[in-house]
Design a protein around this ligand. Structure first.
Ligand code: SF4
Ligand code: SF4
Length: 294
């Protein structure tokens, strides 16, 4: 199985639209939405639930009042003002830093796991799909992304591809998204900031030695910056495998929760098909090269 992760330097580049379209165009695959802060693939991929688990993504202090001797040391060390005058932990303020645990002279404080979301694996018409939903106010993390991927890989059944909607940005979540990938595809838009974000995320892929490719979305909105992106990619060895034109119909389709494939926006579908075929050809050529070099 080859694991392909779609990434972007920031959200809103069209990455999920490409992944959602591929969910219909590519056969014999499993999928995951690792954009855990703003997941949306589940809105398009209804299915039957196979697995559902609580996710414990934080810790909070718990004071055992039977042991507490009211010395006040915990209140003195807590930088988040998370312990009340009567030595109760205020859950909305506690950051789980553990300073109070170390300060307590009678070991009355411990850290307890806190549920911050749920993970799911669904069986859908387009293939097995793993995703997560965070509770309101909870933060995503590399740990949650790893859990989403592990859940997915626990349901492999001979599929050829794993298509993963990665986290945006260049932080811990995106690194967890990329871990173990056979290739990443950075989806960017032709703006100055889009180019800068793309260069940063490609730098992360290169740092971890993962083959990286580029798809320029809405490339025709600014041909000058598109040319600059292509020049950068050529110079730095990142093949541009897709260029998707601007199409106002996509917005209307997404408002109806339809992918470009379902909305039959044929020019866009052809461009996404071309991207996928080019990616397969690139990976095939690399595999052949590795065989020859053995
Ligand atoms: S774990 Fe940290 S934030 Fe929470 S109450 Fe203790 S010292 Fe304060
Ligand atoms: S440091 Fe421990 S004993 Fe002292 S007030 Fe806090 S919980 Fe109680």
């Amino acid at each position: 199985m080859k694991q392909i992760v779609f990434i972007s330097g920031k959200g809103g580049t069209g990455k999920s639209t490409v992944v959602a379209s591929l969910s219909l165009l590519v056969k014999n695959k499993i999928m995951a939405d690792c954009d855990v802060d703003a997941p949306n693939l589940h809105l398009l991929l209804n299915g039957k639930r196979l697995q559902q688990d609580d996710y414990f993504g934080a810790e909070q202090a718990v004071i055992d009042s039977a042991i507490c001797i009211s010395c006040g040391r915990c209140r003195q060390v807590c930088r988040f003002d998370a312990i009340s005058e009567d030595f109760q932990v205020l859950p909305m303020k506690c950051e789980g830093c553990g300073a109070c645990v170390l300060a307590c002279p009678v070991s009355a404080i411990s850290l307890a796991d806190v549920k911050t979301g749920e993970t799911f694996v669904d069986s859908t018409e387009r293939g097995t799909f793993s995703h997560a939903l965070l509770d309101i106010g909870a933060e995503g993390s590399g740990k949650l992304v790893t859990e989403v991927k592990e859940n997915l890989f626990g349901h492999i059944n001979g599929e050829e591809w794993a298509i993963i909607d990665g986290s945006p940005g260049i932080g811990c979540s995106v690194i967890a998204s990329m871990t173990g990938a056979d290739a990443v595809v950075a989806v960017c838009e032709p703006t100055k900031s889009g180019q800068s974000d793309m260069e940063r995320v490609l730098g992360v892929a290169r740092h971890f030695g993962i083959p990286a490719f580029v798809c320029i979305n809405k490339y025709d909105l600014n041909l000058k910056i598109t040319a600059a992106i292509e020049h950068y990619c050529e110079k730095n060895g990142f093949p541009v495998i897709g260029k998707i034109s601007f199409e106002p119909e996509i917005v209307k389709a997404l408002q109806r929760l339809k992918t470009p494939v379902e909305a039959q926006i044929d020019n866009i579908v052809r461009e996404i098909e071309r991207l996928w075929n080019r990616l397969k050809a690139e990976l095939g050529a690399r595999d052949e090269f590795k065989e020859v070099m053995k």
